[in-house]
Design a protein around this ligand. Sequence first.
Ligand SMILES: C[S@@+](CC[C@H](N)C(=O)[O-])C[C@H]1O[C@@H](n2cnc3c(N)ncnc32)[C@H](O)[C@@H]1O
Length: 211
Amino acid sequence: MNADALDDYILSHIDEEGDLLAELNRDAHVNLLRPRMLSGHLQGRILKMFCRMLRPRRILEIGTYTGYATLCMAEGIDDDALIYSIEINDEMEDFINKYVSKSPDKHKIKVCFGDAMDIIPSLGETFDMVFIDADKRLYSAYFDLVFPFVREGGIILADNILWDGKVLTPPQPADKQTVGILDFNEKIKQDTRIEKVILPLRDGLTVIWKK
Ligand SMILES: C[S@@+](CC[C@H](N)C(=O)[O-])C[C@H]1O[C@@H](n2cnc3c(N)ncnc32)[C@H](O)[C@@H]1O
């Protein structure tokens, strides 16, 4: 089975990403160091579909990077709903603003620059959906911090939880990112306040439902 051919087949049989996101994607691949960090066509459409199905009024994204996933989720939410997206690297500000400003959904997006650990408690919001996609070493800390701000019945998504398959072998102690992902996966497994499932999508996406 040819995995690339299957990916192409999938992408040619789902909704297109649209001109703005395709332009962002190209720009990131030409001008940014780690373009693979952005969600991309398939995951972006899935995030939008989650929004269509769940109709969240308030979303929190931890880790904006280019704003690709932010723009996808903004497409899927109601006109008066709002996404807070937090990015620690202020060098991304011009790139993010370039694309958010061109989007017809820009009024649904608020990008905050700084450390999510500092910003989350100051937002004063209760979230219906959270997308954790920042520093892999801090996934458990993000989860603990954000949990009280998620409403009962709310959804938390965590990206990259298979970490390129590195979850299958004992990590080098110095590999703090793999250790962080492994700790998070174990913690989520044990937590009885939530229901959880792992979607083997791309690099692994955990879907968590707060009881
Ligand atoms: C994987 S990228 C996010 C991709 C984006 N969510 C998407 O799907 O297109 C991770 C981003 O998290 C940011 N980041 C890392 N630690 C952070 C923190 N403590 N607070 C906010 N952002 C952080 C990084 O600078 C990076 O841009």
